[in-house]
Design a binder for this molecule. Structure first.
Ligand SMILES: NC(=O)c1ccc[n+]([C@@H]2O[C@H](COP(=O)([O-])OP(=O)(O)OC[C@H]3O[C@@H](n4cnc5c(N)ncnc54)[C@H](OP(=O)(O)O)[C@@H]3O)[C@@H](O)[C@H]2O)c1
Length: 346
């Protein structure tokens, strides 16, 4: 039986754990036969560290639906074995979301087994590395803008706010909006990220405090829409300032999952809150978004977004830093691809 290296989360006695989920994470040799079910076996080349991964690895939120489990909601690599006619060995593919690293073993392993329905062939214009610089973050940023435009959002309506702008989704959303001709107000709690965000195309970079969000049910309409990674009070406050028929893509909860706001923006200005669920995106839309990201929506300087490249061993510490708001841009996870053996079953 074939052994592979993987970062795995195991359950431990609750009293020994300081985390909210009783778990410990370790680098292990695991048997390939013990990976979850699926028709496609992928030899991992890259993965990435997303906010959700950081919650899963640290146990700060119950992301992992069963233990033991390999976290990692993203993976790209090469097909080494496939029971699906759609995929064949040697093909370069990616998976983001679809339960990976949540209810089935995920991308922090040398080999990943996945259902064929979650696999996306790497589109022309991307490779396995670029696909994971984008990863769930890029997919989510593009899905947000796609949904906003489907709902009528246009650059002529005025500036769009991006919150949590220095993070993965935030930086990709800032660049994507700018490339599509939108005026972007990047909102970041990190003063030193101003240059980075201006280089991505932001017109203005503000701290959350500099938005001066009022407290009345409706405030002066200043923004045409928003891509929000933070949730909580910031999202509620922004909604009071969005102009007629603007869209707010609700992506994240880095600042809080509660939302207390008035219905006034919706019923008097036609403002829409758009739900963004990258994990559950229907397959035709998933393929469409990846196609856009590889072609007309492809961000200009993807390599410039990589703030760190991690090995499997380095993920737990990086996850802690991410939750302490100390990371920026995209954290790529790079694996040394396992050598392929002679033809035959893997
Ligand atoms: N709905 C979906 O499908 C989907 C997909 C991907 C991600 N998400 C969610 O979107 C958010 C961003 O994900 P990500 O992977 O881009 O994470 P990330 O790289 O860590 O970015 C999150 C950003 O949010 C801001 N932030 C962090 N902690 C905060 C706090 N306590 N209060 C206010 N702002 C805070 C920081 O930006 P500044 O320091 O620049 O302000 C940080 O860079 C997360 O909540 C994640 O769970 C949702």
């Amino acid at each position: 039986m074939k052994q592979i290296r993987a970062l795995r989360v195991n359950s431990i006695e609750p009293k020994k754990s300081k985390a909210s989920q009783a778990q410990q994470v370790s680098l292990e040799n695991i048997d390939i036969e013990h990976l979850g079910r699926g028709e496609v076996l992928i030899r991992t080349e890259f993965s990435s560290l997303n906010y959700k991964d950081a919650l899963a690895v640290t146990g700060r939120a119950p992301i992992l639906k069963k233990l033991p489990l390999v976290p990692g909601i993203d993976v790209s690599g090469e097909v080494v074995e496939s029971q699906s006619a759609e995929y064949s060995p040697g093909q370069k593919v990616l998976v983001t979301g679809c339960g990976l690293g949540e209810d089935q073993d995920g991308g922090y392993a040398e080999i990943v087994r996945v259902p064929a329905t979650s696999v996306v062939p790497i589109p022309q214009g991307l490779d396995t590395r670029l696909a994971m610089i984008l990863g769930t973050a890029g997919f989510t940023a593009a899905l947000s803008l796609y949904r906003m435009e489907q709902n009528g959002q246009r650059p002529e309506q005025g500036p769009v706010v991006v919150t949590g702008a220095s993070g993965g989704v935030g930086s990709l959303a800032t660049g994507l909006l700018a490339q599509r001709g939108y005026e972007v107000i990047a909102v970041s709690g990190k003063a030193d990220m101003s240059n980075f965000l201006m280089e991505l195309g932001a017109t203005k970079v503000l701290s959350p405090g500099e938005l001066h969000l009022g407290s009345r049910p409706l405030e002066r309409a200043r923004y045409a829409g928003a891509i929000d990674n933070v949730g909580g009070e910031l999202l509620a406050g922004l909604s009071r300032h969005v102009d007629l028929w603007g869209n707010i893509a609700c992506v994240g909860l880095a600042g809080g999952s509660e939302l207390h706001c008035s219905v006034m923006p919706m019923i008097l200005r036609g403002v829409s809150f758009l739900g963004i669920s990258s994990n559950n995106t229907p397959r035709p839309l998933r393929l469409k978004i990846w196609e856009l990201l590889a072609s007309e929506w492809k961000p200009k300087n993807l390599e410039g977004l990589v703030s760190q490249t991690l090995s499997l061993e380095q993920i737990p510490e990086a996850a802690e830093r991410m939750l302490q708001r100390q990371s920026t841009g995209r954290s790529l996870v790079a694996l040394q691809p396992l050598p392929l053996k002679a033809p035959g079953p893997f």
